[in-house]
Write a protein that binds this ligand. Structure first.
Ligand SMILES: Nc1nc2c(c(=O)[nH]1)N(C=O)[C@@H](CNc1ccc(C(=O)N[C@@H](CCC(=O)O)C(=O)O)cc1)CN2
Ligand SMILES: Nc1ncnc2c1ncn2[C@@H]1O[C@H](COP(=O)(O)OP(=O)(O)OP(=O)(O)O)[C@@H](O)[C@H]1O
Length: 188
């Protein structure tokens, strides 16, 4: 299927999930992440959930990562340049919800892209090769190419993998791993 078809399919699948199921799946994905990835002493990027898109509750991951001594940063989007800049995330007092419904930092210490050990990546769909589909603006494709060569790109996903995405672009950056409620898959 094409990215456009997959966006529609997975948005509908999210709408089938009740608030209770979304919370339970979020908890499971966070537990799977903590089991499979060493976060202590690491510098990590986490996205915060767009609630109207029913994204997973990554506040749980932030709390757990802080608990094991990770340095956590969150992105702020610029919808004119489609670039993101990261800020150290220390308190929910830093946040405001932007027009797209994304909780974003209004202040904080800037963290450069090449400082990250792990970037957790939002997605609507992913395939068995590690290709992903987002909302289609290329924010993560532009950001991930600035990260260090040994940085891990880890998708967080409610559902199973697709066999193929038909219209992968040369600028698309593949994931190294994806965490799903039932399993963690590494692509390399
Ligand atoms: N939590 C989170 N943060 C993220 C992303 C994400 O997927 N999740 N992004 C991943 O790249 C970037 C934001 N990407 C976005 C791109 C387009 C729209 C947008 O046009 N929203 C429309 C509804 C579109 C739709 O339903 O498809 C709107 O709010 O009106 C929102 C976010 C960066 N931050
Ligand atoms: N490094 C880049 N420089 C310029 N344009 C880019 C770059 N990376 C991606 N793009 C463009 O951004 C768009 C990304 O579309 P795509 O459908 O892959 O988005 P997506 O991966 O779903 O979105 P997101 O990364 O925001 O979740 C494409 O038009 C692509 O050409």
């Amino acid at each position: 299927m094409t990215k456009a078809e997959l966006r529609q399919k997975y948005k509908e699948m999210r709408l089938q999930l009740s608030p209770g199921e979304l919370e339970r799946l979020s908890e499971t994905i966070v537990e799977m992440t903590l089991t499979h990835f060493q976060l202590s002493e690491k510098t990590i990027s986490i996205f915060l959930p767009i609630e109207r898109q029913r994204e997973l509750n990554t506040y749980l991951l932030w709390e757990r990562a802080m608990g094991v001594g990770a340095t956590v940063a969150i992105p702020k989007t610029n919808f004119e340049t489609f670039e993101m800049r990261h800020y150290l995330f220390e308190s929910t007092d830093q946040l405001e919800i932007n027009q797209k419904g994304i909780p974003e930092p209004k202040k904080g210490k800037v963290i450069a892209a090449d400082k990250f050990d792990i970037v957790f990546v939002p997605l609507l769909a992913a395939d068995v090769k590690g290709n992903r589909v987002g909302y289609g603006k290329g924010f993560y494709d532009r950001f991930l190419r600035k990260c260090a060569p040994n940085c891990l790109f880890v998708g967080l996903h409610y559902f199973d993998l697709e066999q193929n995405i038909d219209d992968v672009l040369p600028t698309d950056i593949r994931l190294n791993a994806v965490v799903m409620p039932s399993q963690v898959i590494r692509f390399d």
